[in-house]
Design a binder for this molecule. Structure first.
Ligand code: AMP
Ligand code: MG
Length: 368
């Protein structure tokens, strides 16, 4: 894909972003351009969410299928309420407890929201991020900002500005570098459009927290850990089987995949270490990367056949740390030009559910 423009790059202080830099970026948003900015989850690629032509530029820069709807980012609950046709009590309860924060709500859309944002769906995804740079940018722009993750479609999401540059330099107008993101995985997506809340994508606000807040069971969409049901032709976009099967088309697209082939490793931690040791032994002709928990890392480091590249995700006792390093670790393995990435699995509870969801997708369900 050809380079189209010179991307302006600004470093910003996370807590106190310089007003002149924020204003320069906001001017780009108001003028119909694209700005990559940090949030507490991952970096987003933003454009004026009320301007269909500006939103089109996001799809073009990322190579994103048109059938995959975007999330609108707001800087207040009042702004969110202006974008929906209904604001149910569940939304109010969750907003009071978790917003601003890594939780996206799907609600019936207001007419002001363009079709291109929602891929023609009658609902809209809304997020009120907890990041001073994101909030300052949205506020200064004076419009809701449509923003998917700031990576080429299908790649792992960017958790620092270097990832954004490597995917989108020359394809977007501005990059705001506010340092590494905290959560490291995209927001939780909860649909409030049906009789019961449905978790479409797990993230930083956990299913357990939402159930406690609402006092009801939160259904997991079946695609969360299986990646299924899969449409025949996921690239076809809006109106394809993807939108017909379920109200969360983006769940079916190829996602989070580095260049190397990802394989997840199942079993208890000792069994995982043994499987990885065997795999290294029996595939000495391949360059193998390993994403390991701290507890098991020593066994690979001291192995007679060590991996070509070892990434330590963090301790099993600290799943948020594992979540925050996951996407960067996949990208680092690509930088080390490995053929295969073996990834240790963790229990699918709390934020571990979000890690396992991204891992299943990156591995396209391949497991040993
Ligand atoms: P991304 O911007 O890549 O984090 O993905 C946003 C995801 O939000 C999409 O892939 C969809 O799964 C989901 N989404 C956005 N808008 C809607 C909507 N109106 N209804 C259901 N899911 C949505
Ligand atoms: Mg994305």
């Amino acid at each position: 894909m050809k380079q189209v423009k010179a991307t302006r790059y600004y470093r910003v202080d996370r807590e106190h972003p310089a007003p002149d830099v924020i204003e320069a970026a906001a001017r780009v948003i108001r003028g119909g351009g694209t700005v990559a900015f940090p949030t507490e989850t991952v970096y987003g690629l933003g454009a004026n969410g009320l301007d269909p032509e500006a939103v089109e530029k996001i799809f073009r820069a990322k190579g994103r299928p048109r059938g995959n709807p975007l999330i609108l980012h707001v800087s207040s609950l009042d702004q969110a309420r202006g974008l929906v046709a209904a604001w149910p009590p569940e939304a109010e309860t969750l907003a009071r407890l978790f917003l601003p924060g890594p939780l996206t709500l799907i609600l019936p859309r207001a007419p002001v929201v363009p079709d291109v944002v929602t891929a023609g769906l009658p609902s809209v995804a809304l997020r009120y991020p907890a990041h001073p740079v994101a909030l300052a940018l949205i506020e200064a722009s004076g419009v809701p900002i449509a923003a998917p993750s700031a990576n080429l479609s299908g790649h792992p999401s960017p958790t620092c500005a270097a990832h954004v540059r490597s995917d989108l330099d020359g394809r977007i107008d501005v990059i705001l570098d506010g340092g590494p993101t905290e959560v490291g995985l995209e927001s939780t997506i909860l649909s409030l459009t049906g009789d019961r809340p449905v978790l479409l994508r797990p993230g930083g606000v956990t299913r357990e927290q939402i159930e406690k807040a609402l006092g009801v069971e939160v259904k997991l969409h079946e695609a969360v850990l299986t990646g299924r049901p899969r449409p025949e032709n996921p690239e076809k976009g809006a109106g394809s089987e993807a939108t017909a099967v379920a109200p969360c088309p983006g769940l079916f697209f190829k996602h989070y995949a580095p260049r190397a082939r990802v394989i997840m490793v199942t079993g208890d931690p000792d069994r995982q270490a043994a499987k990885i040791g065997d795999y290294l032994n029996s595939h000495q002709d391949l360059r193998i990367g390993v994403l390991a928990t701290e507890e098991n890392a020593v066994s690979y480091r001291e192995s007679t056949i060590p991996p070509a590249h070892l990434e330590i995700l963090g301790s099993r006792r600290n799943p948020p740390e594992i979540a925050s390093r996951f996407f960067g670790a996949l990208r680092n393995c690509d930088d080390h030009e490995v053929d295969i990435i073996l990834v240790e699995t963790i229990p699918a509870a709390g934020i571990g559910l979000a890690v396992m969801n991204r891992l299943c997708r990156a591995a396209e369900n391949r497991a040993i």
